[in-house]
Design a protein around this ligand. Structure first.
Ligand SMILES: [Fe+2]
Ligand SMILES: [Fe+2]
Length: 134
């Protein structure tokens, strides 16, 4: 089963952001675990909707923090957030239409990629900007 294990290296050094990232990773792990056991469309949609809500809240908070610390890449970062939210919406629509092995495999990969790649490639730049990490 797919499971995201958190490493200190994923931290941005900004406590609020890191706490929220860990919570998002827990939601992804819940998705992976449920996917393995039942994969009931209604259950999967509910988990993905919770993930969407938490992600929207996190992105708004993160954008607020970026504005507060004068992060120069805010506009581009926001575009990335919007694209991820759009992708999550599309994924939820696909799950509503029916669950297939191909869809769950594709979604599992997408969720893991976006969380980790976005954090490692983009969010850590915020911590570097504030000097919270090297
Ligand atoms: Fe971000
Ligand atoms: Fe983030």
């Amino acid at each position: 089963m797919r499971h995201i294990k958190w490493f200190d290296d994923y931290d941005t050094g900004i406590e609020d952001i890191d706490t929220e990232h860990r919570r998002l990773a827990e939601h992804l792990n819940e998705f992976f675990a449920t996917c393995d056991s039942s994969c009931e469309p209604a259950v999967m949609v509910r988990i993905l909707e919770t993930l969407l809500r938490e992600t929207q809240r996190h992105f708004a908070h993160e954008e607020e923090i970026m504005a507060k610390v004068g992060f120069p890449g805010l506009d581009g970062h926001r575009v990335g957030h919007t694209a991820l939210i759009d992708e999550l919406h599309d994924t939820i629509d696909s799950f509503r239409a029916g669950v297939t092995a191909e869809l769950t495999a594709k979604t599992t990969q997408m969720l893991e990629d976006w969380l980790l790649h976005h954090i490692l490639n983009e969010d850590k730049k915020i911590g570097k900007h504030t000097g919270a990490i090297d």
